[in-house]
Design a protein around this ligand. Structure first.
Ligand code: F0G
Length: 358
């Protein structure tokens, strides 16, 4: 059987990796592409879910972090720094721990999910909460990396985008060709840019016959690219993409142009409904931000923008266990309270509505 060696070794030729290269890897990439028959039936398209929550730290960031940390170590860096809404900090802390160097992570106070905070802490990251939002954190991280001996590993570092584009290669190989449409969340717009690049490269190399139309989605309260202006105080329950001034804004505009793409905004309630739908019909549990591509597909299909039979890939970017609180909320906002009964088989059968056999 083939043993997966992480994206730098699997795609060595395309990432410029040689035997002499430093490789810091936790075995990232090689994630499942899962068919979603219920979504296909509902939309008339042929829908596939790329489950990036299956990466070592539970998000797509690991694909970029293996390249960023490897290059940092190769250049002799002793410390890396990032700003984060949670997943980047979890990934940077884990890969830095593996490489034996320090990770400093700046996060917006009180606005990152508990699972992600726990990851940064247990991996030994130097975690600093900033009284401000992600955009403030990124500005500080950039300034620090210019004037102090710390290496920036946010997606403004091109090594991150290089690593993340490998997800597009995988989809082309899993489907045998590129899909017609690709749906994806947008925060800093790094991943939208990375997929676009991966798909374009495959088409140019003749590995695929088309470049998918790239459809990217932001939360309504945090949708600068859709609105065409910086959002000063972005708000959404999808904290991973609570970003008002995306770092890769210009690159994303160019990628939309190149792929005949689309940018849309989705309400928080539609995000949570899509999260529940995906979990309960496809068996895939993702964090709220990661469900926005599913919500985007439902909205675009409803609008008649997706021809019947189109092949659609949706990237779900992070695992649901990172931010589980939303799963325990009902649509009306009340908490789910599982039924409690005595330790009696017949009582349990009653609750389940089961009648005895025969
Ligand atoms: N989905 C999740 C789960 C994320 O954590 C992020 C970004 C995105 C989507 C958006 O990706 O920024 O490349 O457009 N999270 C960053 C972080 C900002 O700090 O973890 P993007």
């Amino acid at each position: 059987a083939h043993v997966w060696r992480g994206v730098m070794r699997e795609y060595a030729d395309r990432l410029g990796v040689t035997d002499a290269s430093t490789v810091v890897t936790l075995g990232e990439g090689g994630t499942p592409l899962i068919p979603a028959p219920a979504l296909s039936q509902r939309t008339g398209a042929d829908v596939w879910i790329k489950f990036e929550g299956m990466n070592p730290t539970g998000s797509f960031k690991d694909r970029g972090m293996t390249v960023a940390l490897s290059r940092a170590v190769e250049h002799g860096a002793k410390a890396v720094i990032c700003a984060s809404t949670g997943n980047t900090s979890a990934s940077a802390a884990a890969y830095a721990a593996h490489a034996g160097i320090t990770a400093a992570v700046l996060v917006p106070e009180g606005k990152i999910a508990m699972g992600k905070l726990s990851q940064a802490v247990i991996h030994g990251g130097q975690l600093i909460q900033i009284r401000g939002n992600f955009d403030d954190c990124l500005e500080i991280a950039r300034e620090l990396s210019e004037s102090y001996p710390v290496h920036l590993v946010n997606s403004v570092n091109p090594d991150r985008i290089e690593g993340q584009k490998t997800a597009a290669y995988e989809i082309v190989s899993q489907l045998g060709d590129a899909p017609d449409f690709h749906f994806i969340p947008i925060g800093n717009a790094g991943n939208y840019t990375a997929y676009s690049r991966g798909y374009v490269e495959d088409a140019e190399a003749g590995t695929s016959t088309r470049v998918p139309r790239m459809f990217g989605f932001q939360a309504e309260g945090s949708a600068p690219i859709v609105r065409g202006e910086v959002v000063k105080n972005p708000e959404t329950i999808a904290t991973a993409i609570r970003i008002g001034n995306p770092a890769s804004w210009e690159l994303a505009l160019a990628a939309r142009e190149k792929t005949d793409g689309y940018f849309g905004a989705i309400s928080d309630s539609a995000i949570l409904a899509a999260q529940r739908l995906l979990a309960s019909t496809a068996g895939v549990f993702v964090e709220p931000a990661s469900a926005i591509g599913v919500a985007g597909l439902l909205e675009r299909a409803e609008a008649g923008a997706i021809p019947a039979g189109s092949r659609v890939a949706i990237t779900v970017t992070g695992h649901g266990l990172k931010d589980p609180q939303w799963a325990l909320k009902q649509e009306d906002g009340s908490e789910v309270t599982p039924t409690v009964v005595d330790a009696s088989t017949s009582d349990v059968a009653d609750v389940l509505g089961l009648a005895p056999v025969g």
